[in-house]
Design a protein around this ligand. Structure first.
Ligand SMILES: Cc1ncc(COP(=O)(O)O)c(C=O)c1O
Length: 394
Protein backbone atom coordinates (compact mmCIF):
# COMPACT_ATOMS: atom_id res chain seq x y z
CA UNK A 1 0.00 0.00 0.00
CA UNK A 2 1.24 3.51 -0.79
CA UNK A 3 1.08 4.97 2.74
CA UNK A 4 2.35 8.39 1.68
CA UNK A 5 -0.73 8.72 -0.50
CA UNK A 6 -3.06 7.52 2.26
CA UNK A 7 -1.66 9.89 4.86
CA UNK A 8 -2.02 12.87 2.53
CA UNK A 9 -5.70 13.10 3.57
CA UNK A 10 -6.55 16.24 5.59
CA UNK A 11 -5.52 15.80 9.24
CA UNK A 12 -9.16 16.22 10.34
CA UNK A 13 -10.13 13.28 8.15
CA UNK A 14 -7.17 11.13 9.18
CA UNK A 15 -8.14 11.75 12.83
CA UNK A 16 -11.75 10.55 12.43
CA UNK A 17 -12.62 7.42 14.42
CA UNK A 18 -13.80 4.49 12.37
CA UNK A 19 -16.88 2.69 13.65
CA UNK A 20 -16.15 0.26 16.46
CA UNK A 21 -19.44 -1.49 15.71
CA UNK A 22 -18.08 -2.21 12.24
CA UNK A 23 -14.78 -3.33 13.78
CA UNK A 24 -16.65 -6.06 15.63
CA UNK A 25 -19.05 -6.90 12.81
CA UNK A 26 -16.79 -6.85 9.75
CA UNK A 27 -14.79 -9.88 10.88
CA UNK A 28 -17.94 -11.97 11.30
CA UNK A 29 -20.35 -10.67 8.62
CA UNK A 30 -21.63 -13.58 6.56
CA UNK A 31 -20.91 -16.21 9.24
CA UNK A 32 -24.17 -18.19 9.40
CA UNK A 33 -23.58 -19.28 13.00
CA UNK A 34 -23.58 -15.67 14.30
CA UNK A 35 -26.73 -14.06 15.72
CA UNK A 36 -26.34 -10.36 14.85
CA UNK A 37 -27.90 -7.70 17.06
CA UNK A 38 -25.16 -5.12 16.46
CA UNK A 39 -26.71 -2.85 13.82
CA UNK A 40 -29.76 -0.64 14.27
CA UNK A 41 -32.11 -2.25 11.81
CA UNK A 42 -35.26 -4.35 12.04
CA UNK A 43 -34.93 -7.81 10.51
CA UNK A 44 -38.27 -7.37 8.68
CA UNK A 45 -38.20 -6.55 4.95
CA UNK A 46 -39.66 -3.34 3.50
CA UNK A 47 -43.47 -3.68 3.03
CA UNK A 48 -44.53 -5.10 -0.31
CA UNK A 49 -46.52 -2.05 -1.47
CA UNK A 50 -43.37 0.07 -1.09
CA UNK A 51 -41.24 -2.40 -3.05
CA UNK A 52 -43.91 -2.52 -5.76
CA UNK A 53 -43.98 1.28 -6.03
CA UNK A 54 -40.22 1.30 -6.72
CA UNK A 55 -40.57 -1.45 -9.37
CA UNK A 56 -43.45 0.42 -11.03
CA UNK A 57 -41.38 3.61 -11.09
CA UNK A 58 -38.49 1.75 -12.70
CA UNK A 59 -40.85 0.26 -15.29
CA UNK A 60 -42.15 3.79 -15.93
CA UNK A 61 -38.51 4.78 -16.62
CA UNK A 62 -38.10 7.05 -13.64
CA UNK A 63 -34.37 6.58 -14.10
CA UNK A 64 -33.30 10.16 -14.83
CA UNK A 65 -32.07 12.98 -12.58
CA UNK A 66 -34.80 14.45 -10.39
CA UNK A 67 -35.21 17.91 -8.76
CA UNK A 68 -32.37 18.75 -6.37
CA UNK A 69 -34.70 19.32 -3.41
CA UNK A 70 -36.76 16.22 -4.18
CA UNK A 71 -39.71 15.44 -6.45
CA UNK A 72 -42.60 17.80 -5.60
CA UNK A 73 -44.99 14.91 -4.86
CA UNK A 74 -42.69 13.50 -2.17
CA UNK A 75 -41.95 16.92 -0.68
CA UNK A 76 -45.70 17.56 -0.50
CA UNK A 77 -46.30 14.14 1.07
CA UNK A 78 -43.63 14.87 3.70
CA UNK A 79 -45.16 18.30 4.43
CA UNK A 80 -48.62 16.74 4.83
CA UNK A 81 -47.18 14.03 7.12
CA UNK A 82 -45.32 16.57 9.25
CA UNK A 83 -48.30 18.95 9.42
CA UNK A 84 -50.38 16.17 10.99
CA UNK A 85 -47.76 15.63 13.67
CA UNK A 86 -46.50 19.13 14.35
CA UNK A 87 -48.96 21.64 12.86
CA UNK A 88 -48.64 23.95 9.86
CA UNK A 89 -45.60 23.38 7.68
CA UNK A 90 -44.65 24.71 4.24
CA UNK A 91 -42.85 23.08 1.34
CA UNK A 92 -40.14 25.77 1.35
CA UNK A 93 -38.77 24.24 4.58
CA UNK A 94 -38.39 20.67 3.31
CA UNK A 95 -35.83 18.90 1.12
CA UNK A 96 -35.52 15.20 0.34
CA UNK A 97 -32.10 13.72 1.05
CA UNK A 98 -30.32 10.48 0.21
CA UNK A 99 -30.66 9.12 3.80
CA UNK A 100 -30.94 10.53 7.29
CA UNK A 101 -27.16 10.45 7.47
CA UNK A 102 -26.96 12.74 4.41
CA UNK A 103 -29.53 15.11 5.96
CA UNK A 104 -27.40 15.38 9.10
CA UNK A 105 -24.22 15.90 7.12
CA UNK A 106 -25.86 18.67 5.07
CA UNK A 107 -27.04 20.36 8.27
CA UNK A 108 -23.55 20.23 9.72
CA UNK A 109 -21.94 21.36 6.44
CA UNK A 110 -24.31 24.31 6.25
CA UNK A 111 -23.55 25.47 9.78
CA UNK A 112 -20.08 24.60 11.07
CA UNK A 113 -16.53 25.38 10.03
CA UNK A 114 -12.99 25.10 11.40
CA UNK A 115 -12.74 25.89 15.11
CA UNK A 116 -16.51 26.07 15.71
CA UNK A 117 -17.80 24.69 18.98
CA UNK A 118 -20.46 22.01 18.77
CA UNK A 119 -22.15 20.48 21.82
CA UNK A 120 -23.62 16.97 21.82
CA UNK A 121 -25.35 14.83 24.46
CA UNK A 122 -23.73 11.38 24.77
CA UNK A 123 -23.57 8.35 24.63
CA UNK A 124 -24.45 8.91 20.99
CA UNK A 125 -24.50 7.26 17.57
CA UNK A 126 -20.85 7.80 16.57
CA UNK A 127 -21.52 9.37 13.16
CA UNK A 128 -23.08 12.43 14.78
CA UNK A 129 -20.01 13.15 16.89
CA UNK A 130 -17.62 12.66 13.97
CA UNK A 131 -19.51 14.69 11.32
CA UNK A 132 -18.62 18.16 12.71
CA UNK A 133 -14.99 17.04 12.96
CA UNK A 134 -14.91 16.45 9.18
CA UNK A 135 -15.45 20.20 8.91
CA UNK A 136 -12.76 21.01 11.49
CA UNK A 137 -15.16 21.83 14.34
CA UNK A 138 -14.62 20.62 17.91
CA UNK A 139 -17.28 18.65 19.77
CA UNK A 140 -17.89 19.09 23.50
CA UNK A 141 -19.94 16.28 25.04
CA UNK A 142 -22.43 16.35 27.90
CA UNK A 143 -23.01 12.86 29.34
CA UNK A 144 -26.37 11.37 30.27
CA UNK A 145 -26.42 9.60 33.63
CA UNK A 146 -27.32 5.94 33.99
CA UNK A 147 -29.95 5.45 36.68
CA UNK A 148 -32.20 2.46 37.42
CA UNK A 149 -35.22 4.63 36.53
CA UNK A 150 -33.82 5.31 33.04
CA UNK A 151 -31.12 7.50 31.46
CA UNK A 152 -31.22 11.09 32.73
CA UNK A 153 -30.08 14.43 31.35
CA UNK A 154 -28.62 16.96 33.76
CA UNK A 155 -30.32 19.89 32.03
CA UNK A 156 -28.37 22.56 33.91
CA UNK A 157 -25.10 20.92 32.88
CA UNK A 158 -26.21 21.01 29.24
CA UNK A 159 -27.30 24.67 29.47
CA UNK A 160 -23.96 25.58 31.07
CA UNK A 161 -22.15 23.90 28.18
CA UNK A 162 -24.18 25.96 25.69
CA UNK A 163 -22.03 29.07 25.96
CA UNK A 164 -22.56 32.05 23.60
CA UNK A 165 -19.51 30.79 21.64
CA UNK A 166 -21.37 27.58 20.76
CA UNK A 167 -22.47 27.31 17.16
CA UNK A 168 -24.58 24.14 17.20
CA UNK A 169 -26.29 21.82 19.66
CA UNK A 170 -26.65 18.29 18.29
CA UNK A 171 -29.43 16.24 19.86
CA UNK A 172 -30.74 12.79 19.14
CA UNK A 173 -33.85 11.95 21.15
CA UNK A 174 -35.11 9.23 21.23
CA UNK A 175 -31.46 8.44 21.50
CA UNK A 176 -29.28 5.78 19.97
CA UNK A 177 -27.97 3.91 21.99
CA UNK A 178 -29.81 4.60 25.30
CA UNK A 179 -33.42 5.21 24.16
CA UNK A 180 -33.45 8.35 26.34
CA UNK A 181 -36.02 10.94 25.21
CA UNK A 182 -36.26 14.68 25.88
CA UNK A 183 -39.35 15.93 27.67
CA UNK A 184 -41.37 18.85 26.31
CA UNK A 185 -40.34 20.97 29.31
CA UNK A 186 -36.64 20.27 28.64
CA UNK A 187 -37.11 21.13 24.97
CA UNK A 188 -38.71 24.46 25.86
CA UNK A 189 -35.83 25.40 28.16
CA UNK A 190 -33.22 24.36 25.61
CA UNK A 191 -34.95 26.27 22.80
CA UNK A 192 -35.27 29.44 24.90
CA UNK A 193 -31.61 29.22 25.94
CA UNK A 194 -30.42 28.65 22.33
CA UNK A 195 -32.65 31.44 20.98
CA UNK A 196 -31.08 33.94 23.37
CA UNK A 197 -27.56 32.98 22.37
CA UNK A 198 -28.12 32.42 18.63
CA UNK A 199 -27.22 28.72 18.87
CA UNK A 200 -28.51 26.34 16.19
CA UNK A 201 -30.30 23.16 17.27
CA UNK A 202 -29.81 20.20 14.94
CA UNK A 203 -32.26 17.54 16.00
CA UNK A 204 -31.76 14.00 14.75
CA UNK A 205 -35.36 12.76 14.75
CA UNK A 206 -34.97 9.40 13.03
CA UNK A 207 -36.46 7.57 16.03
CA UNK A 208 -39.28 10.04 16.79
CA UNK A 209 -41.98 7.55 15.66
CA UNK A 210 -40.36 4.64 17.47
CA UNK A 211 -41.78 5.84 20.72
CA UNK A 212 -43.65 3.73 23.26
CA UNK A 213 -45.40 6.46 25.29
CA UNK A 214 -47.42 8.07 22.50
CA UNK A 215 -47.43 8.12 18.71
CA UNK A 216 -44.53 10.57 18.38
CA UNK A 217 -41.77 11.70 20.73
CA UNK A 218 -41.83 15.42 21.62
CA UNK A 219 -40.22 17.34 18.76
CA UNK A 220 -38.66 20.78 18.48
CA UNK A 221 -40.88 21.19 15.39
CA UNK A 222 -43.90 21.32 17.74
CA UNK A 223 -42.60 24.41 19.53
CA UNK A 224 -40.24 26.22 17.13
CA UNK A 225 -41.26 29.20 14.99
CA UNK A 226 -40.50 28.81 11.25
CA UNK A 227 -37.50 31.15 11.48
CA UNK A 228 -36.03 29.66 14.66
CA UNK A 229 -32.54 28.24 14.28
CA UNK A 230 -33.85 24.69 14.37
CA UNK A 231 -33.14 21.90 11.88
CA UNK A 232 -34.83 18.52 12.02
CA UNK A 233 -33.31 15.55 10.17
CA UNK A 234 -35.31 12.43 9.48
CA UNK A 235 -35.20 9.11 7.68
CA UNK A 236 -37.37 6.44 6.10
CA UNK A 237 -34.94 3.82 7.42
CA UNK A 238 -36.31 2.83 10.80
CA UNK A 239 -40.05 3.45 11.20
CA UNK A 240 -40.82 2.52 7.56
CA UNK A 241 -38.38 -0.43 7.44
CA UNK A 242 -36.27 1.06 4.61
CA UNK A 243 -32.65 1.03 5.80
CA UNK A 244 -31.18 -0.07 2.45
CA UNK A 245 -33.08 2.50 0.39
CA UNK A 246 -31.10 5.49 1.66
CA UNK A 247 -33.92 8.02 1.80
CA UNK A 248 -34.51 10.82 4.30
CA UNK A 249 -35.43 14.48 4.59
CA UNK A 250 -34.45 17.71 6.26
CA UNK A 251 -36.61 20.53 7.67
CA UNK A 252 -34.93 23.94 7.88
CA UNK A 253 -35.97 27.59 8.19
CA UNK A 254 -37.03 28.61 4.64
CA UNK A 255 -34.12 31.06 4.32
CA UNK A 256 -31.67 28.17 4.65
CA UNK A 257 -33.27 25.88 2.07
CA UNK A 258 -31.37 27.27 -0.96
CA UNK A 259 -28.09 26.61 0.89
CA UNK A 260 -29.15 23.02 1.60
CA UNK A 261 -30.02 22.75 -2.10
CA UNK A 262 -26.43 23.67 -3.01
CA UNK A 263 -25.04 21.06 -0.63
CA UNK A 264 -27.32 18.38 -2.12
CA UNK A 265 -26.32 19.51 -5.62
CA UNK A 266 -22.61 19.16 -4.84
CA UNK A 267 -22.83 15.83 -3.03
CA UNK A 268 -25.56 13.57 -4.45
CA UNK A 269 -27.34 15.87 -6.99
CA UNK A 270 -30.70 14.41 -5.91
CA UNK A 271 -32.21 11.29 -4.38
CA UNK A 272 -32.98 8.63 -7.05
CA UNK A 273 -36.51 9.19 -8.44
CA UNK A 274 -37.65 5.55 -8.19
CA UNK A 275 -36.56 5.53 -4.54
CA UNK A 276 -38.57 8.71 -3.98
CA UNK A 277 -41.59 6.96 -5.56
CA UNK A 278 -41.16 4.29 -2.87
CA UNK A 279 -41.05 7.04 -0.24
CA UNK A 280 -44.42 8.39 -1.43
CA UNK A 281 -45.94 4.90 -1.17
CA UNK A 282 -44.40 4.44 2.28
CA UNK A 283 -46.03 7.63 3.57
CA UNK A 284 -49.40 6.83 1.96
CA UNK A 285 -49.78 3.76 4.18
CA UNK A 286 -47.24 4.87 6.72
CA UNK A 287 -49.30 4.76 9.90
CA UNK A 288 -50.15 1.12 9.25
CA UNK A 289 -46.44 0.21 8.90
CA UNK A 290 -45.44 2.26 11.93
CA UNK A 291 -48.18 0.81 14.16
CA UNK A 292 -47.12 -2.71 13.25
CA UNK A 293 -43.40 -2.01 13.61
CA UNK A 294 -43.74 -0.27 16.97
CA UNK A 295 -46.09 -3.04 18.17
CA UNK A 296 -43.47 -5.69 17.37
CA UNK A 297 -40.69 -3.60 18.88
CA UNK A 298 -42.59 -3.09 22.13
CA UNK A 299 -43.01 -6.85 22.53
CA UNK A 300 -39.31 -7.42 21.76
CA UNK A 301 -38.17 -4.63 24.08
CA UNK A 302 -40.16 -5.97 27.03
CA UNK A 303 -39.13 -9.55 26.30
CA UNK A 304 -35.42 -8.76 26.15
CA UNK A 305 -35.68 -6.59 29.25
CA UNK A 306 -37.28 -9.44 31.23
CA UNK A 307 -34.72 -11.99 30.02
CA UNK A 308 -31.68 -9.78 30.60
CA UNK A 309 -32.89 -8.95 34.11
CA UNK A 310 -32.22 -12.59 35.04
CA UNK A 311 -28.63 -12.65 33.72
CA UNK A 312 -25.98 -12.42 36.45
CA UNK A 313 -23.87 -9.26 36.22
CA UNK A 314 -26.27 -7.40 33.90
CA UNK A 315 -27.38 -3.97 35.16
CA UNK A 316 -30.39 -2.51 33.37
CA UNK A 317 -32.22 0.80 33.40
CA UNK A 318 -36.01 0.88 32.99
CA UNK A 319 -37.08 -0.06 29.43
CA UNK A 320 -36.24 2.71 27.00
CA UNK A 321 -39.16 5.04 26.04
CA UNK A 322 -37.96 5.18 22.43
CA UNK A 323 -35.67 3.78 19.69
CA UNK A 324 -34.83 0.06 19.40
CA UNK A 325 -31.95 -0.62 21.77
CA UNK A 326 -31.18 -1.89 25.23
CA UNK A 327 -27.96 -0.32 26.49
CA UNK A 328 -26.92 -2.26 29.57
CA UNK A 329 -23.94 -2.44 31.88
CA UNK A 330 -22.05 -5.64 32.50
CA UNK A 331 -20.53 -5.56 35.98
CA UNK A 332 -16.72 -5.41 35.85
CA UNK A 333 -16.55 -4.82 32.11
CA UNK A 334 -13.57 -2.59 31.31
CA UNK A 335 -13.00 -3.17 27.57
CA UNK A 336 -16.27 -3.49 25.71
CA UNK A 337 -14.57 -3.72 22.29
CA UNK A 338 -12.44 -6.73 23.25
CA UNK A 339 -15.44 -8.28 24.98
CA UNK A 340 -17.69 -7.93 21.90
CA UNK A 341 -14.95 -9.38 19.68
CA UNK A 342 -14.67 -12.42 21.98
CA UNK A 343 -18.46 -12.70 22.27
CA UNK A 344 -18.86 -13.03 18.54
CA UNK A 345 -15.75 -15.13 17.98
CA UNK A 346 -16.32 -17.63 20.77
CA UNK A 347 -20.09 -17.58 21.32
CA UNK A 348 -21.58 -16.39 18.01
CA UNK A 349 -23.40 -13.40 19.54
CA UNK A 350 -23.10 -10.02 17.80
CA UNK A 351 -23.55 -6.98 20.07
CA UNK A 352 -22.23 -3.43 19.75
CA UNK A 353 -19.53 -2.31 22.21
CA UNK A 354 -20.48 0.62 24.43
CA UNK A 355 -17.21 2.39 23.67
CA UNK A 356 -18.45 2.85 20.07
CA UNK A 357 -20.79 5.53 21.50
CA UNK A 358 -18.04 7.52 23.18
CA UNK A 359 -16.01 7.20 26.38
CA UNK A 360 -19.20 7.46 28.50
CA UNK A 361 -20.34 4.21 26.87
CA UNK A 362 -17.43 2.10 28.10
CA UNK A 363 -18.57 -0.76 30.31
CA UNK A 364 -21.88 -1.08 28.41
CA UNK A 365 -23.18 -3.23 25.56
CA UNK A 366 -25.86 -2.26 23.04
CA UNK A 367 -28.39 -4.80 21.90
CA UNK A 368 -30.76 -3.94 19.01
CA UNK A 369 -33.94 -5.78 19.93
CA UNK A 370 -35.66 -5.38 16.52
CA UNK A 371 -35.95 -9.13 16.17
CA UNK A 372 -38.22 -12.06 17.03
CA UNK A 373 -38.51 -13.18 20.66
CA UNK A 374 -37.16 -16.63 19.68
CA UNK A 375 -33.96 -15.07 18.31
CA UNK A 376 -33.66 -12.81 21.35
CA UNK A 377 -34.00 -15.89 23.62
CA UNK A 378 -31.23 -17.68 21.73
CA UNK A 379 -29.09 -14.55 22.02
CA UNK A 380 -29.60 -14.39 25.79
CA UNK A 381 -28.72 -18.11 26.05
CA UNK A 382 -25.45 -17.41 24.26
CA UNK A 383 -24.70 -14.44 26.49
CA UNK A 384 -25.34 -16.49 29.64
CA UNK A 385 -23.16 -19.34 28.35
CA UNK A 386 -20.40 -16.87 27.50
CA UNK A 387 -20.54 -15.25 30.93
CA UNK A 388 -20.49 -18.65 32.67
CA UNK A 389 -17.75 -20.27 30.63
CA UNK A 390 -15.49 -17.25 30.13
CA UNK A 391 -15.01 -15.34 33.33
CA UNK A 392 -14.40 -11.75 32.35
CA UNK A 393 -10.80 -11.40 31.20
CA UNK A 394 -11.42 -7.91 29.86
C1 LIG B 1 -29.33 8.21 15.63
C2 LIG B 1 -29.30 7.90 14.18
N1 LIG B 1 -29.40 8.91 13.30
C3 LIG B 1 -29.36 8.69 11.98
C4 LIG B 1 -29.24 7.42 11.48
C5 LIG B 1 -29.13 7.25 10.00
O1 LIG B 1 -30.23 6.81 9.33
P1 LIG B 1 -30.15 6.55 7.77
O2 LIG B 1 -30.24 5.08 7.56
O3 LIG B 1 -31.30 7.27 7.20
O4 LIG B 1 -28.87 7.11 7.25
C6 LIG B 1 -29.12 6.34 12.35
C7 LIG B 1 -28.91 4.98 11.83
O5 LIG B 1 -28.57 4.05 12.56
C8 LIG B 1 -29.17 6.59 13.74
O6 LIG B 1 -29.07 5.61 14.63
Amino acid sequence: MNTAFVTSARPEVAALRSSKIREVANAALGRPDVLPFWFGEPDEPTPEHVRRAASAALDARQTFYAQTLGVPALREAIVAYLAKLHGAMTIDSVAVTSSGTAALMHAVQALVGPGDRVVAVTPLWPNLVEMPKVLGASVVTVPLAFAPGGWQLDLQRLLDALTPATRVLLLNAPNNPTGWTLSRAQQREILAHCRERGIWIVSDDVYQRIHYDGACAPSFLDIAAPDDRVISCNSFSKAWLMTGWRLGWIVVPPALLPEIGKLIEYSTTCAPPFIQAAGIAALQRGEETIDRTVGHLRVSRDHLQARLATVPGVELAEPSPGAMYTFFRLRGLADSLAYCRALVEESGLGLAPGIAFGPDGEGYLRWCYASSTARLDEGVRRLVRHIETRPRAH
